[in-house]
Design a binder for this molecule. Structure first.
Ligand code: FES
Length: 149
């Protein structure tokens, strides 16, 4: 039995300990906002937060998160109460295809929680692990700047 919290709710699950957290979130719990990209910890599409820090859920065995607090894109804000990063994403029309964007937002919100007013270089460095095949990087950069003010 593995126990952890997701977006404030306690989960007690009878799953194999080596199952990647991504598949437990998507298939067992039904939180499909977190996406599968490379499956090798390289693209960032599967980014969630563990205790506020961004992690790659595709390469994190669920046994490693026993007792931890996980936040997914579903826990960031609501349609009635958007996180400032989500509002900035809308204002700057950041997404193109949208596939990588929940991972981008999970990294961006973690960045601003630890560094509320990052420099351009700090944003670039922090976000470097989140790949976007549509090349929305300039808009991501602008939206994070906007949300940081
Ligand atoms: Fe996890 Fe690419 S799907 S980093």
């Amino acid at each position: 039995m593995i126990e952890f919290r997701v977006n404030g709710n306690t989960q007690r699950l009878d799953v194999e300990g080596d199952t990647p957290l991504l598949w437990v979130l998507r298939d067992t719990i039904g939180l499909t906002g977190t996406k599968f990209g490379c499956g090798m910890g390289l693209c960032g599409a599967c980014t969630v937060q563990m205790n506020g820090q961004p992690i790659r859920s595709c390469s994190m065995p669920v046994s490693a998160i026993h007792g931890q607090e996980i936040t997914t894109i579903e826990g960031v804000g609501t349609m009635d109460d958007l996180h400032p990063v989500q509002q900035a994403w809308i204002d700057e029309n950041v997404p193109q295809c949208g596939y990588c964007q929940s991972g981008q937002i999970m990294s961006a919100t973690a960045l601003l929680a630890s560094n509320p007013n990052p420099s351009d270089d700090e944003i670039k460095q922090y976000m470097a692990g989140n790949i976007c095949r549509c090349g929305t990087y300039p808009r991501i950069q602008k939206a994070i700047k906007k949300a940081s003010r």
